[in-house]
Each structure stands twice: as C-alpha cells, then as structure tokens.
Design a protein around this ligand. Structure first.
Ligand SMILES: NC(=O)c1ccc[n+]([C@@H]2O[C@H](COP(=O)([O-])OP(=O)(O)OC[C@H]3O[C@@H](n4cnc5c(N)ncnc54)[C@H](O)[C@@H]3O)[C@@H](O)[C@H]2O)c1
Length: 352
C-alpha cells in the first residue's frame, strides 16, 4: 500500500509512520506544514527508509496537495494534520478554523478528484481515513455514560467544534459523493514524542526542572488515557480492515482524574530520579484557575472496534505511563531541543 499521511511530523502522526515503516511493507508520504507542533526529529528512527518520503505542504494549499497526490498515487489517506491544543484554540481560534475545517475541505476535494480519476481497481482500494477526537461529543459530567459512535455531537471548545465540523464534512463527502471514508474518534493520547505543552510531558519536564506543576481547577477532570502506540496500531487496523463509511471509537479503558495522573508521574519520578533536595515531586503541584469551558469527563465505549476489528490496547495506564516517564528521562535531548526552539531553527536554516 501507498499511504499518504497528513500531520506525520506531529505526536500521533509520527507514531503512525514509525508503526507503518517498522511493521509493514507499505510506503508512506508524510505531508506536513511543520507548524510549531511538527517535529521531524520525531521521525529520526525511520527517515532513512526508502519507503518514507516527506513533503512540507499546508493542507490549505490545494495545488500543492494535487501535485502530491498525482506524484505519489496513494491507495490510502490517513488525515491527522490539525491544530490540536485546546488552550491555543481559546487564545486564537482562527488557525483552528483554517486548518481543521478549511484544510480538511481542500483535502477532501483533492482526494475526491483523485479517487474519481482512478481505474476500477484503484477506486475499490482507495480509502480516506479521518482521525478525530472524543472531544466532539462534549462533556459527560454527572453521568456514568460512555461515548458511543452514535452519541450526539456537543463540542465545547473552538478546537473540538472545529474537529466536529471536519467530521461532518468527511461524512458528507461519503454520503453525497460516495468518497470511501472512515472516521475514528479517540480519547486522550500520551507517550513518547509528545509536545511539552500538553499535561503529561509538561508535568514530567517541569518536575525535572524543579518547577511548579500547574493543575487546572481541582484537577478532577477525567480523561480516558490511551498509549499513543496502541492508537497507532488501532489506526492502521481501521484503515486496512475497517468498513467503508463506518466510525470507530478508540479508547484506553483508563479513566483517570488529572490529579491522579500527575501524582502517578510524581511517584515514578521519586523512584527513578529523586529530587536532590530530598523532597517528593508532589510538593511542586500548584492549582491554577480552570480553563474556560473545561469539560469535566470524557469516556469512550471502544467495544465496536474490539468486537468487529479485534483491536484492544496492549498497555494499561500503569505500564504506559511508566514507559512514558522512562522515555522522557532517556530522551531529554529531544525535549530540550523542543523547549529551546532548536528543532525549528535548524530546519528553517536560520543563523545565529
Ligand atoms: N493528541 C491527542 O490526544 C488526540 C486524541 C484524539 C485525536 N487527536 C487528533 O489526532 C490528530 C493528531 O493529533 P496530534 O496530537 O498528533 O497533533 P499535533 O499537534 O502533535 O500534530 C499536528 C501535526 O499537524 C501538522 N499541521 C498543522 N497544521 C497543518 C496544516 N495546515 N497543513 C499540514 N500540516 C499541518 C503539524 O505541523 C503537526 O505535525 C489531530 O487531528 C487530533 O485532532 C489527538
């Protein structure tokens, strides 16, 4: 298979590409704009592979996308490119509307024209897989419910509203134009190569620097945490074996309050890299004003993908979070280059 992956320099996209190159014979074209969240250093493991190519393209640039489709001739598209950080969407929603909605529209149009130009066998093989989030379903506060594939959409933030909008576009392109699509909605991911603005890497790196560990509100927000390599495996299963037109929810069966997550990280760090001053890392926890519109609880019912495609997560939260902390301790150079911006300066070729 030839797989065009958008957003492959990001956290989940890079895990998907590493999974494909390490475990299959497929070829990958990584199409990524390289925003602040795109980091080609996350692909060092596989960048020398003859089955891997990269093109720096903004998905809002239709002509560049057309050229990429024409020259690569993909069988499958996995669409992960997005603006993904809720806090940034509150401070500046415009980029979220551009990339997540307008960019997805351009990608759908280019994919549709390309798919229509294929012969019958090419048409039958082609699939467009849109990667989305459980945040489109809104808040489960005060219930024991789980999100299923038919839970109505009720997004709360500019980020989740823009992802909801892109999900609707993708399903409309299937219903109206018969474009062969698949949609997945996944819970919060964590693991190696996670950009240090997100909760888990931020807490690990702040702790190592002896800085405050900021927690929104009371830290009672509940997320269903999934190890990123389990997600990458789920996505490959869906794009290769999923039924056209279907949606699959992907989750980790790991509902945890944010405060529990942070305390677990502190305990692992106390064991693996105790603070020089002898204090426990938990003493660095600081509660800060809650994010506006913050959803209290998300939880996924992942029984459809388990029953129909036989996918289950391998990592428990305990095993995955330990692997994650160990990865950050062993890859501190990757983190420092993100924190000091050198991962971007080098690729832009800037001088001193
Ligand atoms: N991180 C999570 O917990 C999570 C959970 C469920 C779903 N998702 C979804 O998975 C996808 C990937 O998430 P992530 O955490 O890897 O995000 P990320 O922010 O780490 O990476 C996004 C990637 O997209 C690229 N990109 C951004 N705008 C672009 C544009 N206009 N054109 C081309 N490339 C562009 C960035 O350079 C970056 O490499 C997103 O669609 C997100 O909504 C994420």
């Amino acid at each position: 298979m030839k797989i065009l992956v958008t957003g492959g320099a990001g956290f989940i996209g890079s895990a998907v590409i590493r999974h494909i190159i390490h475990n299959t014979d497929d070829e990958v074209l990584n199409v990524d704009k390289l925003t602040y969240a795109g980091n080609l250093e996350s692909l060092k493991d596989i960048e020398q592979s003859a089955r891997y190519k990269f093109q720096q393209i903004d998905i809002c640039n239709k002509e560049a996308l057309e050229q990429a489709f024409d020259s690569f001739q993909p069988n499958l598209v996995m669409h992960l490119a997005a603006e993904s950080h809720v806090d940034r969407s509150i401070d500046g929603p415009a980029e979220f509307i551009n990339t997540n909605i307008v960019g997805t529209y351009h990608l759908l149009e280019v994919a549709r024209q390309y798919w229509q130009s294929l012969d019958d066998i090419g048409k039958q093989q082609f699939k467009f897989h849109h990667i989305s989030t459980d945040e489109v379903y809104g808040d489960l506060e005060g219930t024991n419910d789980l999100f299923t594939e038919i839970t109505p959409y009720a997004p709360s933030s500019p980020y989740s509203a823009s992802k909801a909008s892109s999900d609707h576009l993708v399903r409309a392109w299937h219903r109206t134009y018969s474009l062969p699509i698949l949609v997945t909605n996944c819970s919060n991911n964590y693991g190696p190569y996670h950009f240090p603005e997100k909760l888990i890497p931020l807490v690990i790196l702040n702790a190592l620097d002896g800085k405050a560990l900021p927690i929104y509100g009371k830290g009672d927000q509940i997320r269903d945490w999934l190890f990123v390599e389990d997600h990458a495996r789920a996505l490959y299963t869906v794009v290769t074996e999923g039924v056209i037109g279907e949606t699959y929810n992907i989750g980790g069966h790991n509902e945890k309050q944010n405060i529990e997550v942070v305390k677990t990280i502190c305990q692992i760090l106390d064991e693996l890299k105790p603070q020089a001053n002898g204090q426990q890392y938990e003493s660095l926890i600081t509660f800060v004003k809650d994010r506006p519109g913050h959803d209290l609880r998300y939880a996924i019912d992942a029984s459809k993908i388990a029953d129909e495609l036989k996918w289950m997560p391998i990592e428990t939260f305990d095993s995955g979070i330990r692997k994650t902390v160990e990865w950050y301790l062993n890859n501190i150079e990757w983190c420092r280059r993100v924190q000091d911006g050198s991962y971007q300066r080098e690729r832009l070729g800037a001088g001193e």
